[in-house]
Design a protein around this ligand. Structure first.
Ligand SMILES: C[S@@+](CC[C@H](N)C(=O)[O-])C[C@H]1O[C@@H](n2cnc3c(N)ncnc32)[C@H](O)[C@@H]1O
Length: 275
């Protein structure tokens, strides 16, 4: 199987998950329709002011975060390769009377179907592992950023990605270093509902190291402003403990620490920055 076949399989899985997620309490679309903001306060702070700026949201899924950025005043374009997810996102934008544009495309081939540049490119929570090529991904981000524009990504930390997310104890069971071939994992429902009925049997994920991420972003000509690491995760893996207001953290009482989530912000230099 080449990358295209793995991506097609993953696309089918995301089409199935889109309908499950649209009905889920996790995404709670009804609360978004009533005005809830799905963005986390740390990312709102770290991204900075978006009012009056154009924002490209990569891997937007159901559009919950896209709508939230639009409500903060950004002119938003969401992109996802799942037609079902994009259909839900378009409906959510219509229901909430938010002016949002959505494109159905693989991120890595987006320049073939979308023109223009943006003040901000944003992507978050469960995105990197689905991408076969971070070098190309970072080039696409740089392609769509206007000079002086800002790129922001926040996701599961590559170190946390080596842990077995279904185990009841902390266990290192997944590769860390990048590889061309993805690793296939059996699908068990969805991360929002392990009992959901899903026909796709395998999800294909590409491991990405911190070094690969940083090198890809810098190699695309972006200037990294910060790389932040957080000791919490945004989802309830069985071996983690919920900490009110923070997320899921390592069990209390131990001395050990691990980064479980990260954020990275980078800028695209203007012509003047070269001098
Ligand atoms: C975990 S979700 C997005 C995260 C978002 N913050 C959320 O929770 O709704 C990952 C999304 O990436 C999309 N995706 C995966 N691989 C992709 C690719 N190669 N190109 C575009 N979208 C992709 C999936 O369809 C899915 O909607």
């Amino acid at each position: 199987m080449n990358a295209h076949r793995f991506l097609e399989s993953n696309r089918g899985l995301w089409d199935e998950w889109a309908d499950i997620h649209a009905r889920s309490a996790w995404y709670d679309l009804e609360s978004v329709r009533r005005g809830a903001c799905k963005l986390r306060s740390y990312e709102v702070d770290e991204v900075g002011e978006v009012a009056g700026r154009s924002l490209l949201h990569l891997q937007c899924q159901l559009g919950t975060d896209t709508v939230s950025w639009a409500r903060r005043g950004a002119t938003v374009t969401g992109v996802d390769f799942s037609p079902r997810a994009v259909a839900v996102a378009r409906q959510l934008a219509a229901d909430t009377e938010v002016d949002a544009h959505f494109v159905c495309s693989d991120i890595l081939t987006l320049p073939a179907v979308l023109t223009g540049t943006f003040d901000l490119v944003y992507t978050s929570r469960g995105v990197l592992g689905w991408l076969p090529d971070l070098t190309r991904w970072a080039q696409v981000v740089a392609h769509f950023l206007a000079p002086g524009g800002v790129f922001y990504v926040t996701d599961i930390h590559p170190i946390a990605e080596v842990l077995d997310s279904s185990a009841s104890e902390l266990r290192v069971s997944r590769p860390y270093f990048p590889r061309t071939e993805p690793v296939g994992y059996p699908v068990q429902g969805s991360y929002v509902d392990r009992d959901a009925q899903v026909a796709t049997e395998v999800e294909y994920l590409w491991p990405h190291s911190v070094a690969e991420l940083i090198t890809a972003v810098a190699g695309a000509g972006l200037v990294i402003e910060f790389f932040h690491e957080f000791p919490w995760l945004d989802r309830p893996w069985p071996f983690l403990h919920e900490q009110e207001g923070l997320g899921w953290v390592l069990p209390p009482g131990g001395q050990g620490e691990l980064p479980l989530f990260f954020s990275l912000r980078a800028g695209k230099p203007t012509a003047g920055d070269d001098r």
